[in-house]
Ligand binder design. Structure first.
Ligand code: ADP
Ligand code: MG
Length: 611
């Protein structure tokens, strides 16, 4: 027995492990997904380390692979998952598997204890995936050997052992020596009750279901093939080495083997389980819808994740760099949506020739307002050791933002045309983001404006283009009424709106914080100006035709002159002007703001922000 050092789990880990085990009781199959995802992460880390430290790949192990096999051992058998990735030192084994100095854990505890942990998707998101192996294995052994690096020139293989129930774990120097070459091997000793997992076809099924897209590194499973091999007949000394062909033929006929002269032999064979080209490399015609949806779950690292739509495209920059990409719209707002928008963090994963390079591309590559999109980009002919600095000077990469914006706008307009139900959802979730995009990008202002949808006095889902199509003869302004957080039906009852409605004009009813600045920025849409109906400057297109009304107004101006004079005098310190209007139908008077001042709505926003 090797001398082991015993460590106590941090007290929260004990709590977490039992919580993971209990909340996932009916989702035990996630264990394999989590182990494979860790194996992939370890290989990606190795690749990245190798870019800056050439020693790394020299450490006796050239392969970058993941292997899964069944083995004998324990009470019923064991599942072994092995990768040739970055590995862990003794300290890292203790720290990574035994402590929870990782962010998000407390949040997980809170959510899981509130009952949210039961769907099996929380653990992966909160960095607790490893503990899921205790769902099926009462004992787990992790052996690991980090690569040879300049910082660690003589790495040694260590093994971590833990049972599912104890409050401690052991780590010892592996008495077998550095047998792994490099990487990590996880041995799950499966319990008798969980023996169902000890089946290659079962494990292959799990990989198909959860991990098809988990990695672009080759992933193998060991299959055992039983073959029957004829036992060679005992040969007579004369026949042996006899060059006479005729004699040979005679011998064969005489010695046809009988049934009992076969022996069964078990052959082990590594079979690659992810040998299909990754989904983004395939022709969109050959990819069924379901596979896109499955791939999205892998991208989102969440089995329950759904998408509202995607674009799968390829291109060539002309400068010799070709790329392929898939872009998804999530069906739910991420919890950190606004945080991402303000911090400029996005969801673009850059790969070069199938190898993951970085997901840390800043907003030069994806504008903030589109940071919610989940994008995988794979470029050929880029140097594999692209660093952040060289990224900027690369032609393709410097064009990436333009490409992604254009494709995103195309994707939105396609969905708008194809599927109104889906597009309603898109507008509801991302309407604010689109409005911000419109405000931020002069270049795409009008294109983005076309993607926006509004409620109006005519429709509960209309676009600016439709508005313009439905305009009344002579109408030169796009009328809108804004009130942050107000119900559109209440906005419609405003005295500002009623006169326009009575005259048969459509008024957009806007209630998002970004609506008013957005309308202000949109000074010209298809030849029309936008007009806040609560501000001065409103013009009817039919004014000239309505001679009678004009005459009446003239007459009223004279009749009401004394009242107006009196009001001006009385309210001198509070208002800038009093004017006679024909805008109102049932209300006797209203207060409006000057066309250059803030509307009441905008003033409300500004004072709320000042608080
Ligand atoms: P997460 O993967 O989200 O960080 P896990 O609980 O799945 O959380 O894994 C915990 C940590 O253990 C990982 O962050 C990693 O540092 C380490 N780890 C797990 N599996 C491996 C592995 N196969 N190779 C190297 N490190 C690993
Ligand atoms: Mg993990």
């Amino acid at each position: 027995e090797p001398t082991a050092q015993t460590y106590k789990y941090e007290s929260d880990i004990t709590r977490l492990r039992s919580l993971v085990i209990h909340s996932l009781y009916s989702h035990k199959d996630v264990f394999l997904r989590e182990l494979l995802s860790n194996a992939n992460d370890a290989l990606e880390k190795l690749r990245l380390t190798a870019l800056t430290d050439r020693e790394v790949m020299k450490s006796g192990e050239a392969n970058v692979t993941i292997e899964v096999r069944l083995d004998e051992g324990g009470k019923t058998g064991q599942i072994v998952v092995r990768d040739t990735g970055i590995g862990m030192t003794k300290d890292e084994l203790a720290r990574n598997l035994g402590t929870i100095a990782r962010s998000g854990t407390n949040e997980f505890l809170k959510k899981a204890e509130e009952g949210g942990g039961a769907d099996g998707n929380l653990i992966g998101q909160f960095g607790l995936g490893f503990y899921s192996c205790f769902l099926v294995a009462p004992t787990v052994r992790v052996s690991s050997l980090p690569p040879t690096t300049s910082a660690n020139p003589n790495p040694e293989q260590h093994t971590f052992v833990s049972t599912s129930s104890g409050d401690s774990f052991d780590i010892y120097l592996d008495p077998r020596g550095n047998t792994l070459g490099r990487g990590t091997e996880i041995v799950l000793e499966i319990s008798e009750e969980e023996a169902e997992w000890l089946s290659v076809s079962r494990l292959k099924g799990l990989i198909d279901k959860h991990s098809q897209f988990a990695t672009t590194f080759p992933m193998y499973i060991m299959e055992r093939k039983t073959t029957k091999i004829p036992i060679p007949p005992p040969q007579s000394p004369e026949a042996d080495g006899d060059p006479d062909e005729l004699n040979d033929d005679v011998d064969k006929d005489e010695q046809t083997p009988k049934e009992e002269e076969f022996e069964t032999k078990v052959e082990e064979e590594w079979v690659q389980v992810n040998d299909k080209a990754p989904i983004w490399m395939r022709d969109p015609k050959d990819v069924p819808e379901d596979e896109y949806r499955q791939f999205y779950k892998a991208v989102a690292k969440d089995q329950s994740a759904e998408t509202l739509g995607w674009a799968h495209f390829k291109g060539d920059t002309g400068a010799g760099v070709s790329y392929r990409a898939i872009m998804y719209i999530p069906s739910k707002l991420p919890t950190d949506f606004w945080q991402k928008i303000t911090s400029g963090i996005n969801n673009v994963r850059l790969m070069v020739k199938r190898v993951f390079i970085t997901d840390d591309l800043g907003e030069e590559y994806m504008p903030r307002w589109l940071s919610f999109l989940k994008v995988t980009v794979d470029a050929d002919d880029l140097p594999l050791n692209v660093s952040r600095e060289t990224l900027q000077t690369n032609k393709f990469i410097s064009q990436l933002q333009r490409i992604l914006i254009r494709k995103a706008i195309d994707l939105f307009s396609r969905l708008a045309g194809e599927d109104p139900t889906v597009y309603k959802e898109v507008s509801k979730l991302y309407g604010n983001a689109l409005r911000i995009g419109m405000l931020e990008s002069k270049k795409d202002k009008v294109k983005i404006a076309k993607l926006l949808r509004f409620e109006s006095t005519r429709s509960d889902f209309t676009s600016l283009e439709e508005y313009v199509e439905n305009r009344k003869e002579g109408q030169k302004q796009i009328y809108f009424m804004a009130g942050v957080g107000e119900q559109p039906k209440d906005l419609a009852r405003s005295p500002f709106v009623e006169k326009l409605k009575a005259r048969g004009y459509e008024v957009l009813l806007l209630n998002l914080p970004s609506d008013e600045p957005m309308m202000g920025a949109l000074d010209n849409f298809m030849g029309m100006k936008t007009q806040d109906v609560s501000k001065k400057g409103l013009k009817y297109g039919d004014e000239d035709e309505d001679e009678a009304e004009k005459k009446e107004l003239e007459a009223q101006k004279i009749a009401f002159a004394p009242l107006i004079e009196w009001l001006k005098k009385e309210l001198k310190s509070d208002i800038s002007d009093v004017i006679l209007t024909n805008r109102l139908v049932t209300s006797p008077c209203t207060i409006v703001v000057d066309s250059y001042g803030w509307s009441a709505n905008m003033a409300k926003i500004m004072s709320a922000q000042a608080d």
